[in-house]
Each structure stands twice: as structure tokens, then as C-alpha cells.
Design a protein around this ligand. Sequence first.
Ligand code: KG4
Ligand code: ZN
Length: 359
Amino acid sequence: MNILGIETSCDETAAAIITIEKETGILKSLSNIVSSQIDLHAVWGGVVPNLAAREHLRNILSVIEASLAEAKLHKEDIDLIAVTNGPGLIPALLVGTSTAKAIAYVWKKPLIGIHHIEGHIYANFVNKDPEKIEFPLLCLVVSGGHTQLVLMQKNLTYEIIGQTQDDAVGEAFDKVARILGLGYPGGPIISKMADKFAELKKTGQFPDIHFPRPMLNSPNLDFSFSGLKTAVLYFVKKNEQKLKDEIFIQQVAYEFQQAAIEVLVAKTIQAAKLHAPKRILLAGGVSANTQLQNNLQNAIKKELPEVHYELLDNTYSLDNATMIAAAAFFRHQANRQENAWLSNWRSLSTEANLKLSQK
Ligand code: KG4
Ligand code: ZN
């Protein structure tokens, strides 16, 4: 079975094809095309929805064609089309869903709508055996729009046991980067600056900077990042003249990242102690952060050595369409009513605030 995935919820125009490898049963990626709009939005300091939609429209067909070409497949070989139908920026989402509907109608193929976060979670099972997933499974979802602890008792069922009460952690990375004059998107550049400071720190003494760890000791599993961002803002305002100093910027990035990651890791461990998952996963764009990956891995090894933790392949941590196709494979497996999926070109809705389906 070959599945074409399409993703346009934010600023990446993406198409990808996955298949189930006959000999091994592995959910294998055949192509993964991502056309990023970062340069277009960077001048505005963030994603401009209508600009994103215009750019998606310009690129979507050639991105889909490239995904077929890279997979060495033709449209006749596609068995199922999957598209992100929320949450995200409506003008951007609509380009993906309208294109997917048109293709499904013309090609007479079944169409499945996928929740963007469901896609991020299933990114962990690309190039893996879909039969070998251990439940219960705990997933820390960290992206530009979401920070959630999601508990799964089985495939496609999600219980949100903790979430941010204000900003998402990716949003905090982006805002802190802006405060430091580092541009957009903030995550990768903050993490690069933080790594540089971590090296420097080994060689000398630096003044103490300490940012708060919001809700670190709260009894629930929720997060809050807006106070941390504000603490960075006030600290930088008070020390504005130091913004000329590269090392100062690196240290602020490092201390902010330390604070954010400490809370993320502690809450994940707290959640795991409460819910006893067999496996812990990371998902969403912030999962590309190596410090987060390492700190979580070390904490699990130390405190929950029996829990399985495997790093997400970085190819699939940022927005992509392979993850959408992967999630669709599981949805299709759970409901093989081709007839229902076949009429989706007519009925599939696009929702900016689409909710993850609960149990
Ligand atoms: O999942 P994603 O690509 O898009 C959304 O669904 O939001 O996540 C984007 C977010 C942005 O906030 C970006 O700054 C952050 O992920 N990000 C990172 C890193 N790479 C991307 N945050 C921290 N460290 C990184 N290396
Ligand atoms: Zn995403």
C-alpha cells in the first residue's frame, strides 16, 4: 500500500510517500519533500498566514510531483491520500486540503484527514515495524503551537494529561530569539547559541544568571512558559547595553534553554511515574533540540530504566508530510471502509482549532 501525505498547516509545503515494505512489514519512507518558506517569513519576524498560503499554492503541485518522482511512482500507484486538516493557519491549511480533495476526486482515491499533532506523534514510527509499538505510551509534544503530555493506551487514542496554560515552548524559543535580536525561527538559533555557551562555560567563570522554572513543583502536569519569556525580556531590558556582547547573548540563550528543558523533562518524568508507560516519545519541532533529547534520555535512564526511549529521527521532527502519511496508515488500518474514505473529497472539513480525538 502506497500513501501520499500532504502538509501545509504552517510554513512548510510538504508531500511524501510511504509504503508498507512487503518483505519486512516496515512502514517505509519512499520520499520526503519539504519546501520551506523560512526566508520569506524571516523578514516579518514570524509566519504571515496569507503569504504562507500564496507560497503553498505556488509550490504544492510541484512538491507533490517531486514526491512521486523521488519514490519512482506514478499516480496510479497511490492507494490513499492523507492531508493535514488542522490545527494550523486556515489560509495555509486550505491549500493542502483543497489540493488533496481535488486530487482524490480526479484520481478516484480515498482521502483521510490527519490531525497535525497526530502526525508529529506517528513520525516516531516511520521506518519502523508498525506492529511493535509498546502501550501505554507517553508522548511529550513540543512544537510552535503545542506543549502537551499525551498518554496513549492504544493506537489513535489520546488522553491529554498535561498542557501549557499559556505559550507553547516553541513559541517561547521564538520570542526569546526575537528579544535577543536573533531572528526567526528562534529554536534552532537559540539552541546553537546555547551549545556555544556550554562549551565556553567549561573554560571560565561567568556571572550568575538564573531564570524561573515555572510550575516545576506544581502538583499537576501542566506547563507555563509566558512568565519565563517575560523574565528573559525584563532581564535583557535591564542589561540592554550588553546586547552588543555575543557571549552575553549566548549565555541568556543557554540559561533560558536550561530553564525550559528542566521543566519539560521533570514533568515528563513526573507523568511517567504516575502513569507507568512502557515507552516515552518526543514529538514536534522542539524535539529537534539535542539538549532536550539528551536530558530526557539521561533522566529516563536514571529514574525509569525499564522504560523504552528511542530518539526520533531528526528528518521527521520538524513539519513534514511523511508523518501525515504514517498516521494515515494507522487510521486506515483501524477502519478499512474504503467507501467512507472515497467520498471524503466532498466532505472533509478544514479546522484551525481541530482537537486531537480523545479515547
Ligand atoms: O512542529 P513545528 O515544525 O511546527 C509547529 O507545528 O509549530 O515546530 C516549530 C517550532 C518553532 O517554534 C521552532 O522554533 C521550534 O519548533 N524548533 C526548535 C528547534 N528547532 C525548531 N526549538 C528548539 N530547539 C530546536 N533545535
Ligand atoms: Zn508541527
